[in-house]
Each structure stands twice: as structure tokens, then as C-alpha cells.
Ligand binder design. Sequence first.
Ligand SMILES: *Cc1c(COP(=O)(O)O)cnc(C)c1O
Length: 415
Amino acid sequence: MIKAAAPLISQQGYYGEFGGRFIPEILYETFVALTVAYQEARCNPAFWQQYVATLANYSCRPTPLTYAEGLTRHFGGARIYIKREDLNHTGSHKLNNVLGQTLLAQRMGKRRIIAETGAGQHGVATATMAAKLGLECRIYMGAEDVERQYPNVFWMRQLGAEVIPVTSGTQTLKDAMNEALRDWSANMTTTHYLIGTACGPHPFPEMVAWFQSIIGQEARSQILTQTQQLPRAVYACVGGGSNAVGLFSGFLDDTAVELVGVEAGGQGIHTTHHAARLASNAASTGIAQGYKTQFLQTSDGQMQDTHSVAAGLDYVGISPILAHLTQIGRMRVAFALDTEVLAALRLTLQTEGLIPALESAHGFVQAFKEAPNYTAQDCIIINQSGRGDKDIFTIAEALQEPEWQRFLQQRAVQS
Ligand SMILES: *Cc1c(COP(=O)(O)O)cnc(C)c1O
């Protein structure tokens, strides 16, 4: 059995200068109760055992660590290993956190779950666990995103969740988050607000990191079994930061292992079309959405528009844990351009028969750039945070597949 991780415990919710809890007074008692319940669960080995056993039974854990022989041959440097979070139920690492938090909500006697979602992946994972555990579920989603991500909306509703399109502000993720917080303030006693990444007010970053630490704990034990050594570097894409912090936490104390986080470089970090909060100098420290971190914001504190070909990476904030690990030099940041991501995806498809999510492919780009710098004695790990089937529309559009254009036109004519 994979043990629970101990690291990454915050100092009263702070990681260096980042983190904290900046919330309306009305939510204070709720946050205290949640923090206490989480800390009790963390100190209770039986809770972690229940978590691991449920994942094993319902979501294909432990996920394999796959040796990528074709990619290794292609680059001729380090042996490349891929951690297969794409094999989780609902297709990404998101279920780890959702399952953990729903178990915790049950312990707290809460029968109603709410969540915000941008691209819809977190919403689908939440609706899935709510269906499985018989909990009432409501998902807040920007009206703009409801239009753009309709297949996920369809599945959330089929799973029995109520999807509320949010029409305030820019009608995207941050507006959905505000609406979810409003709901929570009105329904604190019955409801748990299930945040989807290692961001937000304390204890969310620490709690989400703890649930996702299963990725790094497994990966470390698997690479030791398979190669009798530690990797030289581990790579993960960074949206809010949950899959990265999950993988990194397994290697945090192995100071020789480089932790490399890869952000969305979009159309270039010197344009306004990217989401590189740490890898560009476009972000600055601020307090928003209940916590302190590096935000892409204007000089008067308004959130900037972000862009990435990967819908799951275009968030304006970043986990305070990663902001801190970068500041102290433990983590190295990089970025991948949209065009590089598509090239890495195509290569991975054709040499490994794997379809990484567009998000995950960001990690692949940087690993591919660095693999030739190592020797065949070395190994590296890339986190395949999710599977790319969901990205078929975006990928086909970006690659300008003529057959695909015809297919879409035909369907438009028929309907
Ligand atoms: C949501 C998502 C991400 C980004 O979220 P993190 O919290 O940064 O991990 C990355 N990959 C996939 C497949 C996702 O669904």
C-alpha cells in the first residue's frame, strides 16, 4: 500500500509569503470546521487507507509508470518514463482530489457538493463521484464555457448534476468561482465546496496537494522498482498546479531530482496570449479569490485575459505552493508554445500510441527539449495528467485536417 505523504504542510496556510486565507467573515466558521476535519483525516491512517482502496476499486490505481521506448530511441538521451494519470476514471488526475474531498465531505455529514468548472473536466469528475456516493451536486460554469464545452455539460447533466450557467462578468471560470462561493455562504451547513486545484484559501492548497501526492508517492516507488534509481528530473504541466504538486511531492526531499513545471506559453510570453505566471515576468503578487499568489493582473489589480490551446491551463493564478517552491529555487519553471505542444502530441501519438491531453503535452515539450542532454544511464519522468480524447475538436482544428473540416460541415448541413 502506498503511504500517505507528509511533506508540504503549510505554516498556518502559508508557504513563504504565498497562500493564506482571505475570505468573507460569514465563511470563517466553515473554513475552520473544514480545516479541523481535514487535519483529523490527515492524521488518521484509516482515512488514507479508505482513500487508496476506493481509488483502487473505482479508478485504476496505482496507475502504471510506462517506459516510453520509442520516444527514448527518438531522442537518444535519458530513458523516458510516463506516469499514466490518463488512466484514471474520467480521464485525468482530477478524480484523485474529487474522490478525496467527497470522502471528507461524507465524514463531515455533508450531503450536497458544489463546484466550479472551466473546461468541464473537474465538473465531470465531481458529478461522477456525487453520482457514485449519492450526493446532491450543483456545478457552476461560466455561460461562455457552457457553450464552448458542451459535451462535458451534457455528461454532467446525465450524471444527475445541476449545471448552472453563470452570466455575470466575463462568463468564465472566475465568475463561476464567485457564484460557487455565494452558494456556499448561503448553504454552509449542508454543503461542501469542492475546489478543483491546489489554489484558493487555506486549507484547499494543502488538502488538494495531499490527495494528489499519491501520484508522486507511486511514481517514486515505481521508478525505484523498475530502474533501481531516482530520475534526474520530473516534468509536469502547470494550470492551477495540482498534478504538478502531486508528482513533485514524491521527490521533494530528493534534492538531486529536478522538479520542472511547464506553463502555457500560448502564442509567446511576450504577447498577451499566454498563461505563464512564473515563467514570464508578466505576473505580480496579489490577493484574489481568497489567497495570495502570483497573478496575471493589470497594474491596478484587474485580472488579465489568458490564453492557451489547453483549456485546463489558462488560469490567472497559481498554486501558492508552486509559487513558493519556485521562489526558493526548488522548482524550475518553463513554458511551452501552442505550436510546440501540437508537435509533441503528434510525436507521442506516432511513437508511443499514447494520446496525452493538450495540458499534459506541455510537460512533454520541455522533457523532449532536455532528454538529449542526459545519457542512457539517466531516466526522467513525465506526468501524463490526462488523456487527449477530449481535445479532438481543438487538435483537429489546429492541425487543419481537411477531412475533419468536411465532417463538421456535413454535420452542420444535416442538423
Ligand atoms: C485540469 C487539468 C490540468 C490542469 O490542472 P492542474 O491543477 O494544474 O493539474 C492538467 N491536465 C489535465 C488533463 C487537466 O484536466
